[in-house]
Each structure stands twice: as C-alpha cells, then as structure tokens.
Design a protein around this ligand. Structure first.
Ligand SMILES: *Cc1c(COP(=O)(O)O)cnc(C)c1O
Length: 388
C-alpha cells in the first residue's frame, strides 16, 4: 500500500502504480453519529450499512433485493459448530450480486454508459442484471468452457457475451485493451474500487449475526479474493467505530488443487503469487490463475493466523454430495470446497472442534451440473410400490 490519496466521487480504475484502490470513510464522524443499536433497528438488507458504502444517493441504488443471507447449520455433514452463509439466495443466485450492485450503482452515479468484464460466469450474470436494469450497455467475455447456464443467463439478462478460447485473465486482456482505447469502462475484479465495498457487507452481516463477536474462523473460496479482502477491511472499519473488539477470525483462503496460486505463494512465504499454468477445476468460480489483489489476500490470511488450503476436485464433489444428501443443502462446488477444507483443517488441528466457523456457499447449487437421476416407471404396467 502506497498511502496515495485519490478524490472521492470520481471514476477510478487501478492506482497510478497498477494496484487496487480502497475506499476510505470518515469513521470518526460515523462513530459519533451511528451507534451500533441504530443499525440493529434498520431492515436487515444490504442498505442498512449505507454509511459504510460509497453510494451517496438512494436514487442511484440499482437494487434487485439484496437480502441478508442466512447462516445455516449443517450438523450431519459439518458437525455442531459449522454454519454455512448461504449466498445463493442473493439476486442472480450468487454473492457476485453484492459487489456488482455497488459497482454498477456507482458507475451509474458517475455517468458510465458502457462496461466490459471478464468473468467465469457469476460476475457476468450479476453485471448483466444490474447494468440492464439501469440502461448501461455491457459486453462480457468468458472462457469457452464456462458453465453453459452462466453464459445463457448473462445473455438472457441483456449483455453481449462472448466465449473466448482462453482463461479469465486472457479475457481480461481483451477488456483491458478496449478500455485503454476508450471503448468501455473496465469492470475486472478489483480494477475499480467499489465492488469490494459491496463484498465487504458479508463481513458486516457476520458481525451483526454473531451479536458483534466475530466467529473463530472463516473459510472463503478464493478466486480474485474480493470477498476475503473486503471482509478484512470491514472488520477494521467496524472496530474503528467501536462496534467490535480487536479479535479477528482466522481467515482460510480455499482454492482448488488444479488452480492454487495463492496457496503456493502462502507456502513459499512470498507477497505476490505467480500465474498458475493449465488451471483446471470443477469449481469454475475459483479458477483464477492470477489475482491483482494477491498481496491483499495473503496479508489478510497471514495477519489473521489462518491458512491457504488447496482441495482436490474429488473432495469438493464428495463434500457437495454429503451436504446435499445428509443436510438437504445443495452447495455450489466452491462452497463444497470450503466444507472439505474445514474437514481437513479439523483433521490437521488448524481449527478446534469447538471453534465456531463460517463456510461460504457463494452461489446456489442449482446453477451447477448434478448427478444423473434417470429411474423411470411405466404407468401402464403393474407397479410394485413396495420396491420403490
Ligand atoms: C466469484 C466466485 C468465487 C470467488 O470469489 P472472489 O471473491 O472473487 O474470490 C467463488 N465462488 C463462486 C461461485 C464465485 O462466483
């Protein structure tokens, strides 16, 4: 962090040295004006945190109903102390809605008319939905093996979407080139400052839901890391407001073994991650070979006393299956990765069985391929009901 300052209420991309910009608030004034109890008395949606969010005028909010997501116990597959924060209930079925509602609302407020973005699917869907809703034109680029449903929902919600024969950073290069030529505004992860502000509301909600004492550990499936960086920032802000104390959860950055640049950098003890070559995993949302915010993710994980963990696809699939069969909650593969990582952390003593942990399920499991179910019955034949 360079400590350089940039004007508020202006359109920004990366800093002059090519790093993400972080929004700062006048926390002393907020502290004097907004006691914790005032937040508790408001409706629980995302906008209850408005003093800690960048949108200044309610008229600029492009809402699709950003509810507070529930914390659900999964006692059979996760044990007595694991709670799933189920982000699949947000608009467009993923937590990308939190970031994109904020970034699009700010873009609208600042007069942007055309946006482009590289995506593994969910971010593009959320962008398309919010931008179409307020008349901003969008062009979305995704790897050609992005889940079919994601590509279609992006198109259905009014964006022009192109499949590119490469990975998300290859898509990002196309977006960057067009942005440099002045064709559109670049909405890549962390390349504009407001998405992270939306994502940080996950941390604010957790604080409120846990009665202003944070959980002991958070398992976060990490691609670009916006949510992890955002929550870490949120915790500092509400500590400055006197709403929580100095205690912090251990932050676990969970990646897939087939794409684990942050895990490698964590283990190597370095501050920046190298690009992960030949990235592959069933968990498309965390197939991010290179993250601009790598150093911010690594810093938060290290400061928190947490770890970065890589999980095999087999274990991811088994976790999704177990949670659905035993607890009736259909996780997305990335959410399954957090459950598998929690089991591993328990086995290896990184967390204690009595620790209260939060696992992030970032999208509805309904968006992802499911095991076949093709049993049939012929109603014209005698059916032995006892065999069913
Ligand atoms: C985007 C995404 C992630 C990764 O989130 P980041 O905050 O960018 O690290 C994980 N899971 C799903 C389903 C996603 O769409």
């Amino acid at each position: 962090m360079t400590g350089e300052r940039y004007e508020a209420d202006m359109l920004h991309g990366l800093s002059r040295v090519g790093r993400p910009l972080l929004v700062r608030y006048d926390l002393d004034t907020i502290r004097a004006m907004i006691p914790r109890g005032m937040i508790a008395a408001r409706p629980t949606d995302m906008w209850r945190w408005r003093e800690l969010l960048p949108v200044r005028h309610t008229a600029d909010v492009v809402s699709l109903g950003e509810i507070e997501t529930p914390l659900l116990a999964i006692p059979s597959s996760g044990g007595p102390n694991a709670l799933v924060k189920d982000e699949g209930r947000l608009p467009t079925g993923s937590f990308k809605a939190r970031g994109l509602v904020m970034a699009v609302s700010m873009a609208k407020a600042l007069g942007v008319t055309k946006i482009a973005m590289p995506t593994n699917g969910n971010a593009g869907a959320a962008l398309a939905a919010y931008a179409s809703r307020c008349g901003i034109e969008t062009i979305v680029f995704c790897p050609d093996d992005t889940p079919e449903i994601n590509v279609r929902e992006i198109a259905a919600q009014g964006a022009r979407v192109y499949r590119v024969n490469g990975l998300i950073d290859d898509c990002g290069a196309i977006v960057g080139k067009g942005a440099a030529e002045g064709r559109w505004f670049d909405f890549s992860t962390l390349k504009e400052p407001y998405r992270i502000e939306g994502k940080k509301t996950m941390g604010l909600e957790l604080a409120a839901q846990f009665g202003w004492r944070l959980p002991d550990a958070i398992f976060y499936p990490t691609g670009g890391g916006t949510g992890l960086i955002g929550m870490w920032k949120a915790f500092d802000e509400i500590e400055a407001l006197g709403w929580i104390g100095p205690e912090r959860p251990k932050m676990f950055a969970v990646q897939a073994s087939g794409c684990a640049p942050i895990v490698k950098a964590f283990e190597d003890g370095v501050e920046h991650a190298e690009r992960w070559e030949n990235a592959h995993t069933v968990a498309a949302g965390i197939r991010v070979p290179r993250a601009v915010g790598d150093f911010l993710i690594l810093r938060a994980v290290r400061e928190s006393g947490g770890r970065a963990l890589a999980i095999d696809d087999d274990a991811i699939i088994a976790a999704v299956d177990g949670c659905a069969r035993e607890d009736g909650l259909l996780l997305c593969p990335e959410g399954g990765a957090t459950l598998a990582a929690y089991h591993r952390a328990l086995r290896e003593g990184m967390v204690d069985p009595s620790d209260r942990v939060v696992l992030f399920n970032c999208a509805t499991g309904l968006k992802y391929p499911m095991p076949e179910a093709n049993a049939t019955l012929d109603r014209h034949q005698e059916i032995d009901l006892g065999l069913l």
